[in-house]
Design a protein. Structure first.
Length: 200
């Protein structure tokens, strides 16, 4: 029954089920993060592991997710394509300094990367989506704010369950805290964000 429900959810999302890909993709706390191949808002192709040596805050994004829009700054700038916005959720750029005693976020040692996994219609996002999203929310690579799309279609049941929220990687590329999804392992405000300065 559970397998049937999973397949049904994948069909609703217009995703071809690939159990092997899902298993290899699933990030695990305390382990090295899956090395995704991405394209950033400037069209540069890179691997996530290229950021090793920095603290990395990852935000998995579904572009039409109201909380993702809010964390991106929709309450300050306006929603992207007039999408619904989660009430009472501040942008990550305001949220992280609030719970780290004013630490600038992001900075040269703490990279903020939004990975767009779904476009506005639940399809696989393209470079153009990253460019429009970054332009709308005024996210600049020179300010250590990266908006990227996967080279491969990463839509799956696993990916869907990671949205919204944040994941924190240490300098060794190990997933140290995970507050992603509707049932996060870690509390965003009490665990993940306060851990950022401790990793520096």
């Amino acid at each position: 029954m559970k397998k049937f429900l999973t397949l049904f959810l994948l069909l609703l999302l217009n995703v071809a089920p690939n159990v092997q890909a899902q298993e290899s993709w699933t990030p695990q706390k305390g382990q090295i993060y899956p090395d995704l191949e991405l394209i950033d808002q400037e069209g540069v192709r890179f691997r996530l592991s290229d950021l090793k040596g920095k603290i990395v805050v990852i935000q998995p994004v579904g572009m039409n997710c109201p909380a993702c829009q809010a964390f991106s700054g929709a309450h300050d700038i306006g929603s992207f394509e007039k999408n619904a916005v989660q009430p009472g959720v501040p942008s990550a750029l305001k949220l992280f300094p609030r719970y780290t005693e004013g630490m600038p976020f992001p900075n040269k040692d703490v990279i903020f990367i939004q990975i767009l996994f779904y476009d506005m219609k639940f399809g696989p996002p393209k470079l153009e989506d990253a460019q429009k999203w970054a332009a709308h929310f005024q996210l600049n690579k020179k300010d250590f704010e990266i908006v990227a799309v996967p080279v491969k279609d990463m839509r799956s049941d696993t990916t869907y369950k990671m949205i919204p929220g944040f994941q924190l990687l240490d300098r060794d590329f190990i997933l140290r805290s995970d507050s992603s999804g509707h049932y996060p392992q870690d509390n965003l405000y009490k665990t993940l964000i306060p851990m950022v300065p401790d990793l520096l």
